[in-house]
Design a protein around this ligand. Structure first.
Ligand code: CA
Length: 232
């Protein structure tokens, strides 16, 4: 994989140094910050490809950092991978809702984290190659793959790369049920590291953003998910 610029925002020195060390070894350019404020400053100045963001930070927590990254036109486009402790599941949903691309629970294995990171970088590349496809219109949801844009009831809604791919794929096959494993294989590429549980989290964030159209994505108990068939 090509070299990328990665910003690590983590207050625990041991973990921070471990991450910096391994990312360096993978050939990336690595920046590090020990708190949210200096992290945001570095993100603005250095324009990284990915921010590895710890959620439990002193002062400004990771959720607020994520919110500010996504609210700032300078940093809005950065991919965010959150590092979370197990107990922080609501924060994970919140973070994904704010535009984070993925999360890795602590304690993590370095190999797994690297694989997830690569997946996020690869997904970003895939999405930008998906130009020129026709818009998918499903009731009040309009998905424009060429512009990576979704309008719900006439209003632009911001989706992460992963959410966008999931939504577009399901909407392309209305009425057809896909298992979580199928979604992982067909939508997220060959990312063996993505678990079925991740799919649930992404779908939850997706629905939250669809608002009144949330029921467009139906859960088929014991099987998976499908995009509803429109009533005529
Ligand atoms: Ca921490």
């Amino acid at each position: 994989m090509s070299k990328r610029k990665i910003l690590v925002i983590e207050d625990e020195p041991d973990i921070r140094e471990l991450l910096v060390h391994h990312l360096h070894r993978e050939g990336h350019r690595v920046l590090a910050a020990g708190d949210g404020f200096s992290g945001l400053e570095k993100a603005r100045k250095e324009n990284p490809d990915v921010v590895l963001l710890d959620l439990m930070l002193p002062g400004m927590d990771g959720i607020e950092v994520c919110r500010r990254l996504k609210a700032d036109p300078v940093t809005r486009g950065v991919s965010v991978v959150m590092l979370t402790a197990k107990a922080e599941e609501t924060d994970v949903v919140l973070g994904l809702g704010l535009g984070a691309d993925d999360y890795v629970p602590k304690p993590f294995r370095v190999k797994e984290l690297m694989a997830r990171l690569q997946a996020v970088l690869r997904r970003g590349a895939i999405v930008s190659e998906e130009a020129a496809a026709d818009a998918i219109v499903r009731g009040r949801i309009v998905i424009d793959p060429s512009r990576h844009q979704v309008r719900v009831d006439g209003v632009d809604v911001l989706f992460t790369a992963t959410e966008f791919r999931l939504l577009a794929f399901l909407a392309q096959h209305p009425g057809r049920v896909f298992s979580r494993d199928q979604l992982i294989n067909r939508v997220l590429g060959h990312m063996a590291i993505v678990t079925p549980r991740n799919i649930d989290v992404h779908v939850r964030a997706l629905r939250a953003k669809l608002g009144e159209e949330r029921e467009a994505i139906e859960t088929v108990r014991g099987v998976g998910y499908r995009f509803r068939v429109e009533e005529r």
